[in-house]
Design a protein around this ligand. Structure first.
Ligand code: ATP
Ligand code: MG
Length: 401
């Protein structure tokens, strides 16, 4: 006997009525899309649970994939058998063997189908006895067992599960709307995107690209980051904004100390326009308070002035080390630390103002009209569908950047 499914638990979500249905449908759809490369044919839904039918696919690989899907509290390998004593015995033994290094166990039976003749109090010792007879050095411990084997006798059959694997938590991506993630090639913004997705938010990314100051490799990094993030939800599109002309104009015509603030304000204005055009209701950034000159409270206030869209900043209260930990865990860190410049580092002034204010930013901007430049950048912007994207062989000498 083998496990034939993975049981997915999301039951503790305090969702009711319509919300619950939408939640379940989204979770099911996200699972189907995540598992499309496996030969998993079906996802079964019963009250408050889902089962991924393995259909011969590698159980560990499918488990790992499911563990990346938001909206799942925990998972277990499971096997569904007939409501038959012999089959139940065989199944509990299999479940015990799945738990590595377990030497104590307990059986917790639940009988929702009262037509099944053996009550739970009798089923526990009956099935436990079978494990004891077929193993060595194993004992029952009802208080603190290494493994708690759950047997559920339902109308449609009996389900046996043991080891509990943690799920990714959060809410299914797509259940709480969409946000436009300002994605640089750095460490922070991908983590920020991940945390936003965890709360059920679907993501489009926007990237400001400044050729020839930033190379194709820098852009490629962003594409790879978006592809990595796509593992946790649906495929992420990147709106690429040619930003060179605006940056050069800022360099030329704005006071050095304010060039950083004004550049950020331009990014924010353009992001808002892209969000609006795509029916996206918020903007997400990787800002964290106090990290760099542009991330002081004064900076945030000056930058935020130009949009009234909600700006989601999941990292605002996190330490760099905590952010790096998450980046490592989600697989974006190694891509982020590749040494390719982004548009901000190239143009960063020697002494950016760490305490800019709104009045001055407005004053400097009022002397120069950026409207056409912004419109032009939007007209020349293009979308990269990261799912379709094939990485080209880039010239070797690009490495030297
Ligand atoms: P990150 O590690 O995400 O690059 P950072 O610590 O380098 O962040 P900043 O350079 O101040 O911080 O950027 C703050 C935020 O602005 C980024 O997290 C990102 O959301 C956005 N951002 C910066 N540069 C770009 C860019 N070229 N394209 C899109 N968004 C950007
Ligand atoms: Mg950066």
């Amino acid at each position: 006997m083998n496990f034939d499914r993975i049981m997915i638990r999301y039951g503790e979500m305090a969702l009711k009525g319509k919300n619950k249905r939408a939640f379940e449908q989204k979770l099911q759809r996200n699972l189907i899309s995540k598992l499309k490369d496996f030969r998993v044919t079906r996802i079964e839904k019963t009250q408050g649970r889902m089962y991924v039918l393995l259909n011969g696919a590698d159980p560990q690989e499918v488990m790992q994939a499911c563990q990346q899907v938001f909206g799942i509290h925990s998972l277990s390998f499971a096997v569904k058998v007939e409501k038959d004593e012999e089959q139940l015995k065989e199944a509990v033994l299999l479940a015990f063997q799945d738990a590595e290094n377990a030497s104590t166990f307990k059986i917790s039976s639940k009988r929702t189908d009262k037509t099944f003749p053996i009550p739970s109090q009798e089923l526990n010792p009956l099935l436990g006895g079978h494990i004891l007879r077929n193993t060595e050095g194993v004992t029952v411990d009802v208080r603190d067992p290494d493994v708690d084997i759950k047997v559920e006798v339902r109308h449609e059959g009996a389900y046996i599960t043991a080891q509990v694997y943690p799920g990714a938590g959060g809410l299914p991506v797509g259940t709480t709307g969409k946000s436009l993630l300002m994605l640089s090639g750095g460490i922070d913004s991908p983590v920020s995107g991940y945390l936003t997705m965890k709360r059920g938010v679907a993501i489009d990314a926007i990237h400001f690209h400044s050729p020839p100051y930033t190379s194709d490799r820098a852009k490629q990094k962003v594409i790879e980051l978006a592809q990595e993030l796509s593992k946790f939800g649906t495929n992420i599109k990147i709106h690429v904004i040619p930003f060179t002309a605006i940056q050069q104009k800022i360099q030329r015509e704005m006071p050095q100390g304010y060039s950083m603030t004004i550049m950020r304000r331009m990014m924010m204005r353009i992001s808002e326009r892209v969000a609006e055009q795509n029916n996206i209701l918020s903007i997400t950034t990787g800002e964290s308070l106090g990290q760099v000159a542009s991330q002081t409270m004064e900076s945030m206030s000056a930058i935020n002035e130009v949009t009234n869209y909600p700006v989601i900043r999941p990292l605002v209260a996190m330490d760099k080390l905590e952010i790096i930990d998450i980046a490592r865990k989600i697989g974006t860190y190694d891509i982020s630390i590749r040494p390719f410049e982004d548009c901000c580092t190239v143009f960063v002034p020697k002494a950016p103002k760490t305490k800019p204010n709104r009045q001055k930013a407005n004053y400097y901007e009022s002397n120069v009209d950026f409207t056409e430049d912004i419109d032009k950048a939007l007209t020349e912007s293009y979308v990269i569908d990261t799912a379709q994207y094939k990485h080209e062989e880039l010239e070797e000498f690009d490495e030297l950047f």
